[in-house]
Design a protein around this ligand. Structure first.
Ligand code: NAD
Length: 480
């Protein structure tokens, strides 16, 4: 029998411009490993949302670049000081292992560091106008301004802190005002982050956090006249719903992925199998850029499969709070049951189960599935969990065709040293990223990131790109 995960249930409040607001109606947050309720968060009312949005629209920040730099750097220090506590909170609300949640807090510090430094960089351009016979002796200058209205940010469960900070930090760096609605499954890290930013000196009007039932409050967030931009990370279905509802608002949609790892016949197979295991199981396989399909050349498929199996069986999974575990649970029992069902369906259709597919509550074991057909549901759709489906192919043309053959286009990884192959993959894969001899998820928090097709509209995230999207560009010209 496990000891209770928490001593007392935490009763959380909304943060409306820094004010802590309680509501009688609440959402329970549970620890996926035991099913215990660990906290409650209020169900915000429509009036709560309207108030947060109105404050955000009306407030005009006078923070200098240096002020924003200092706030973001200070927030980074506070996150680092509270690393252990934040990591525990993430593990409790998501079931992610402590290894994964500690890694996530470290990434959040990087985001704050990059955003702080970018706040110092002048983003204007100068165009001389006497470049052609039609020109004049004038100059056009550009100026980046924060949006007039509020930014609404809606985030998923899989990285409770990192998804949030990728929206909040660039908003602070550009003097915008943001209203955040974190996932109702994992709202706690977002509330800690808000308190850290207030403590670091952020004017509270610049950030509100509303928790609640999306069926009740999402529409107000998407349609209010006080909102100029909606930035969303989550699944395709809700992303497309947002695209249809948030009419005449700037939309940044970072949606699902179905990323391949492609292993060619010349690859270092040990390296490929190491990347495969890391890319498939980190964060319990719940990353938009997790490896969700392994496309392996038939001449090396047996060797690759053997090595992947070894690495899968060596992975420790179980009690998320046990610091020696590589992998904790997935987000909830329903998700784990879904993986079990799609894997069973693939087995019934001829795939071979080599390891895993064992479920206890929300704990789902790392799973290797060989001889998968590209038409099976486990690889046609996004399987957002620790499943490694192996598809064998015979030529690069076939690999590219299979890779491009789903609705998604987020990222990809290719294992080869042949420049002719690399050139073709970079040119012909319909994705936002091609990583050679790295997992699809590899990036800096600052580099452009995002997908095409059903994975997104091609607008990128990452600190630099988010800062660009969150600004209006004004030009002015002067007669010299
Ligand atoms: P989800 O789409 O179920 O939920 C995301 C957010 O949308 C939550 O905050 C939820 O409350 C909110 N929401 C629910 N109904 C809504 C509505 N009608 N209007 C507006 N918002 C609403 O996603 P999830 O299950 O939390 O996260 C997993 C998904 O996120 C996966 O598909 C994954 O690939 C994707 N993801 C994408 C990226 C990326 O950068 N491309 C990163 C991480 C996760």
């Amino acid at each position: 029998m496990n000891a209770p995960a928490v001593e007392a249930i935490r009763r959380e409040s909304l943060r409306i411009a820094g004010e802590k607001v309680h509501r009688d109606r609440v959402i329970e947050v549970t620890y996926p490993f035991t099913g215990e309720v660990i906290a409650t968060v209020p169900k915000a009312t429509i009036d709560d949302v309207r108030r947060a949005l109105r404050i955000a629209r009306e407030f005009k920040s006078s923070l200098t670049r240096h002020d924003r730099y200092r706030i973001l750097m200070r927030a980074g220090e506070l996150v680092a000081q509270r690393k252990d506590e934040i990591s525990r909170t993430i593990t409790l609300e998501s079931g992610l292992s402590r290894k994964d949640s500690l890694y996530e807090v470290g990434r959040a510090s990087d985001v704050l560091l990059f955003a702080a430094n970018q706040a110092l960089v002048d983003d204007g351009q100068i165009f001389s106008c006497d470049l052609t016979p039609h020109g004049k002796s004038r100059k056009v200058y550009t100026l980046k301004e924060p949006l007039l209205g509020a930014i609404v940010a809606i985030t998923p469960f899989n990285h409770p802190l990192n998804q949030v900070i990728h929206k909040v930090a660039p908003a602070v760096a550009t003097n915008n005002r943001i209203v955040l609605k974190p996932s109702e499954k994992t709202p706690l890290a977002a509330l800690i982050l808000a308190d850290i930013l207030y403590e670091a000196g952020l004017p509270p009007e610049m950030l509100s956090v509303v928790t609640g039932d999306p069926a009740e409050i999402a529409d107000e967030l998407l349609t209010s006249d006080d909102v100029d931009l909606v930035t969303f990370t989550g699944g395709v279905a809700i992303g497309k719903h947002i695209a249809a509802r948030a009419v005449y608002k700037r939309q940044i949609l970072e949606l699902g992925g179905n990323d391949p790892l492609i292993v060619m016949e010349d690859a270092d197979i040990e390296e490929a199998a190491t990347l495969a295991a890391a890319g498939s199981y980190k964060n319990s396989g719940q990353r938009c850029t997790a490896i969700k399909r392994m496309l392996v050349h038939e001449s090396v498929a047996d060797q690759f499969t053997g090595l992947l199996l070894e690495k899968t069986l060596a992975l420790k999974y179980g009690d998320p709070m046990n610091e020696s575990m590589d992998m904790g649970t997935v987000i909830d029992e329903a998700a784990a049951k879904h993986f079990e069902a799609v894997v069973n369906e693939a087995i019934a259709q001829g795939a071979r189960l080599l390891a895993g597919n064992v479920r206890v509550g929300a704990l789902y074991s790392p799973t290797v599935l060989d001889r998968v057909d590209p038409e099976m549901r486990v690889v046609r759709q996004e399987t957002f969990g620790p499943v490694s489906p192996i598809i064998r192919f015979g030529s690069i043309d076939e690999a590219i065709r299979i890779s491009n053959g789903t609705a998604y286009g987020l990222s990809s990884a290719v294992c080869t040293n042949r420049l002719d192959y690399i050139t073709r993959f970079v040119r012909e894969l319909h994705v936002g990223t091609v990583n050679v001899r790295e997992v699809p998820g590899y990036r800096l928090e600052m580099t452009p990131f995002g997908g095409i097709k059903d994975s997104g509209l091609g607008y990128k995230e990452g600190v630099l790109e988010a800062m660009k999207s969150f600004c209006n560009t004004k030009t002015y010209s002067l007669p010299w």
